[in-house]
Design a protein around this ligand. Structure first.
Ligand code: ZN
Length: 294
């Protein structure tokens, strides 16, 4: 199994979006009001070359994000995209030798505009998303929340994920995306109330394609929530669950906008201390303390 990091351009957001400042509405307004921009961040989509077919996780940004509705304060004051046509998902899949008909499944961690932008490139695939997340995009409320379903291709009709009530590690619900059971969606609410992540079991390690559960591995480790999540307690609990997962099993943690995600994937750099010997008794470690690696 191979996992590819596909960078679909860059995004500029405020520091207060990456690390939430304050509480409640103040925290959620800070990304719009603040004048402190962070550095440009990558926007990653992922392709999993699996023997059952290619699975794409998120479809990334597209050039249409360079023009956004100006009436929305977030789009006007809090975000900028930089992407060229050849950086979109389709051309990058082609350069990996993956054609549109090779992609059997697309799964969306959530439906924010830089995660569902490249849908036009995967028109032959089944597309899965959380049913409540799909419902949240509708109408004026969806528009106020920053979803742009009117930009979806006309054919787009995502299937709601059939969640198994069975937990996966610390996560309440899961859904296997392969017959082999080695690519699993898990519920990671926080950044949006129905956000999901994908866990790829590959040998001794698991790779967590974490969407926007946090913008950085470092903020996940520190338990610092972002400036977007509507419910602070829910978001904090998800970060705690991810740390618990990393303590239970060697995990490579890959948020969509972490500048270090591609390097961590290439090096299979796990969260926390790497085992000296690969035997069953050496993991989990006697303590569950995990150290930042960035
Ligand atoms: Zn998002």
């Amino acid at each position: 199994m191979r996992v590819h990091a596909i960078q679909t351009g860059r995004v500029l957001i405020k520091k207060a979006q990456i690390e939430g400042h304050g509480y409640g509405l103040r925290r959620q307004l800070a990304p719009v009001i603040s004048s402190q921009w962070a550095d440009w961040s990558p926007t990653y989509a992922w392709a999993i070359e699996h023997r059952e077919g290619v699975i794409v996780v998120d479809t990334g940004a597209t050039t249409h994000l360079k023009s956004l509705p100006r009436w929305h304060p977030y789009f006007q004051f809090a975000v900028r995209f930089d992407i060229e046509p050849e950086q979109e998902l389709g051309p990058q899949l082609q350069s990996l030798g993956i054609g549109p008909r090779d992609v059997t499944t697309v799964v969306l961690t959530h439906l924010h505009i830089d995660h569902d932008g490249g849908l036009a490139h995967v028109s032959h695939s089944r597309v899965l998303a959380d049913g409540d997340e799909i419902a949240r995009t509708a109408g004026i409320k969806g528009a106020l929340l920053g979803y742009l379903p009117q930009r979806w291709p006309a054919w787009f009709d995502p299937q709601p994920l059939a969640w198994d009530p069975k937990p996966y590690g610390p996560f309440a619900r899961s859904a296997s995306l392969t017959a082999a059971g080695d690519v699993i969606a898990v519920t990671t609410p926080g950044h949006t109330p129905s956000h999901l992540s994908i866990i790829v079991q590959d040998g001794d390690e698991q790779i967590m394609l974490a969407g926007d559960t946090s913008y950085l591995e470092a903020t996940m480790l520190r338990g610092v929530i972002d400036g977007i999540s509507p419910d602070e307690n829910v978001a904090r609990e998800t970060l705690s669950n991810i740390r618990a997962l990393c303590a239970q099993h060697p995990t490579v943690y890959l948020p969509s906008h972490d500048p270090q995600s591609a390097a961590r994937l290439a090096e299979r750099r796990i969260v926390g201390p790497r085992r000296q010997t690969r035997n069953a008794t050496s993991w989990p470690p006697s303590t569950t303390i995990v150290a930042p690696v960035m």
